[in-house]
Design a protein around this ligand. Sequence first.
Ligand code: G3H
Ligand code: 13P
Ligand code: ZN
Length: 325
Amino acid sequence: GLVNTKDMFARAIKGGYAIPAFNFNNMEQLQAIIKAAVETKSPVILQVSKGARNYANQTLLRYMAEGAVAYAKELGCEHPEIVLHLDHGDSFELCKSCVDLGFSSVMIDGSHLPYEENVALTKKVVEYAHQYDVTVEGELGVLAGVEDEVSAEHHTYTNPEEVIDFATRTGCDSLAISIGTSHGAYKFKPEQCHVDPKTGRLVPPPLAFDVLDAVMEKLPGFPIVLHGSSSVPQEYVDMINQYGGKLEAAIGIPEEELRKAAKSAVCKINIDSDSRLAMTAAVRKVFVEKPAEFDPRKYLGPARDEMEKMYKHKILNVLGSDGKL
Ligand code: G3H
Ligand code: 13P
Ligand code: ZN
């Protein structure tokens, strides 16, 4: 069945790689994730956001994830390690309902709350979830940008002085931190970037690795999570625009920075937007090149293939979780 994150995080930290946490909202994304994980022999975290629950129904998603374990075995993987994780849970009730349904991991995101309220809420979720062997991710620091209804104008980096107290008092299993990443496809403004003279592409300012280092110094060996880690591949942005889309100056996290993070105590890297871009690019291409096509399998199929390619690339060339089953 589904597993929690405990053992896979311990191995990832020791081994200097990170587990991919990919969001899913539909069957094609799920198939692409599972195929990529099986073919690369990687553990994987399936993430369900509040938005995904509203879109697809949490019960359906939960049984799709259960089905994914059987699907992985059918694809030839004897012992798949698949986590079903609630992404950005915002209340005790939401986390409880996911635990009760059979999720193997939940995130309680109290990062927008005053510190003591974040501690109290996270602790309450941990006390409940741990009774059922469900692991819990907490968050300290605020990412700039929009997530669900909450939006922040600026990053508030994680304060390394708080992490020991937070981890100890809440008992959380992993900690999401804020070091300059953000959600979505517009992580930086062009005016924050410089132009790479070789490629002509915009290069964003570096992440705050000094903050990550300080957190790791306070909590040696503790599992750290990086949200907002899509790299927004320029080829997808170009493809979307080429086939009638209109994305302007979409900028993500350079993969080199994610590679560096994956080698540290960062053992879970969250990627959602890159999957949306791959899917949109592939669908747009079919619509433009084959305007007479109206069988959804003829455009969702290519979209699924494109996502699978992207997921494999992340596992093999960025996170390094291949061959770790
Ligand atoms: O936290 C952000 C994730 O990319 C999920 O996004 O809330 O639109 O499903 P969503
Ligand atoms: P991206 O928008 O960068 O893919 O981040 C996803 C995420 O953090 C989900 O929790
Ligand atoms: Zn996130």
